[in-house]
Design a protein around this ligand. Sequence first.
Ligand SMILES: [Zn+2]
Ligand SMILES: [Zn+2]
Length: 357
Amino acid sequence: MKVKDIMRKVEGFAPLGLAMSWDNVGLLLGDAQREVNKAVTCLDVDENAVNKAIEIGAELIVSHHPLIFRAINKITDPLLLKLIEHKIAVISLHTNLDVAPKSVNHVLAETLGLTVIEHLSQETGESWHRFSLTVPVDHLEPVREAIFAAGAGLIGLYDSCSQSHQVRGTFRALEGSDPFIKSEGLASVEECELEFMVDGSRLGATIEAIKNAHPYETPAFYHYPVSNQNPAYGLGLVCKNDAGLSLSGLQNLCREKLHNPAPRLYLLGKDADYIPERIAVCGGSGGSLIPVAGRKAELYISGDFSYHQILEAGLPLIDAGHFFTEYPVVAYLSQKLQEMGLEAVALELEKHKGYIM
Ligand SMILES: [Zn+2]
Ligand SMILES: [Zn+2]
């Protein structure tokens, strides 16, 4: 399978358009035309990840943290040179995977055995649009099918969402035009107005699909951005404490399931045997979501909390580590690549530099 075909499949489970504007995701190094048989997945593309890829003869590394984050103006970094020398491509799925329908946080919740209730925050890098289009009544269905196939009409856990109603349209064909409905002077036609929601990253494909499926020479449509967000995406999760574990029990759970030898529990006024009903989780650096977690849950599990964030937190916290809360996604990435028919190996936990730190 070619790198570009893998990227197409990636769009299916972690659309690049979901990434925050400051992020750098997708194919960051390598030839999109190159054939891939084997891949290594990892959290960070460090020497161990690159060596592992060379050792097993992998043509691709898929990481969560971007290989290249800030702009570079020269390529002298030994790691980049080694990747280039061995023709190893690198795909990084960062904030797009943090907010995807199955995200880093879903994998974290699954690893901890917690049932998901809702997103912690609707924040994503995606813009959402309302789209309106007119189409002759008897052409409604093929056009509708084409826009759904282009990825429009996804709302939360529902796809193929649209609304339509009959309208009376008018037009007058000007010189040089080739109208689908021939008429002298002002034409009056039975049309449907078809409306639906579409992600910003699918707008281009949707318009393309309309142009291909619509009978008119010049289809009439408009779209505008909306301020609400697609509930399919979001950052962090609120989960149920099904097992009824106490704060110290949950600290132990993080130690055991995330393999962090020392997750840090901040009681912040609660007893260690306090049993939270709802638990917020966010893999990686989740400190900025502490205020939201305080409104939606009684405990927040994440990583990278700062001293002042902890002081001001209105709920108990478990800092289970940036690395440890995100590492479970490495196995998930391997699984996604295996589903594509590739041989994929996850870089071992203890091989990551983030583990030894
Ligand atoms: Zn992340
Ligand atoms: Zn991270």
